[in-house]
Design a protein around this ligand. Structure first.
Ligand code: FEO
Length: 167
């Protein structure tokens, strides 16, 4: 079934938001590189790559349903990151914003009786629960570590391992 105009517009906004998330994560990666934490930087870079995949998923669904994806103007907020905790706080805040946007999409799909987009939106709802949980857990640990350099280096090594696992 063809995507309705209202939903197509909302999907487009979501594509733009996912791409904005990729930009936020790229900037967070840079911030961690600046602080000489290459493992955490790599983790944020992998997260940025995942956001591109999310945007692609929405665009594929749109083209599959005779809609025309159009990437809008990206709004990447200026980040003031002075610590690793700041970086993960920014990440969690952004994920929460994305989660709410997905819920809004879901509500709209329900209003429009758009059954065909439900499996995709369910996937994203699950994904957001997982993303918020992952970032929240890392943030808890970062707060526990505080100013402990050894702890931070251990976390850097651990998060850096994500790249080799996913490579
Ligand atoms: Fe695509 Fe991390 O939300």
């Amino acid at each position: 079934m063809e995507l309705t105009g209202k939903l197509a517009e909302a999907f487009n906004n979501q594509v733009t938001l996912e791409l904005s998330a990729a930009t936020v994560y790229r900037q967070l990666a840079v911030e961690m590189d600046v602080q000489s934490l290459p493992g955490i930087a790599g983790w944020f870079r992998a997260q940025a790559a995942e956001e591109i995949v999310h945007a692609e998923k929405f665009m594929t669904h749109m083209t599959d349903r005779a809609a025309h994806p159009r990437i809008g103007e990206q709004q990447a907020p200026a980040l003031n990151v002075k610590s690793v905790a700041d970086a993960f706080e920014a990440s969690l805040a952004h994920e929460q914003k994305v989660s709410e946007a997905i819920r809004e999409l879901y509500r709209l799909a329900q209003t429009e009786s758009d059954i065909d987009s439900m499996p995709l939106l369910h996937w994203f709802i699950d994904e957001q629960v997982e993303e918020e949980a992952t970032v929240g857990e890392i943030l808890d640990r970062v707060r526990m570590i505080g100013d402990n350099g050894a702890g931070l280096l251990r976390l850097d090594a651990e998060l850096g391992a994500r790249q080799s696992q996913e490579a």
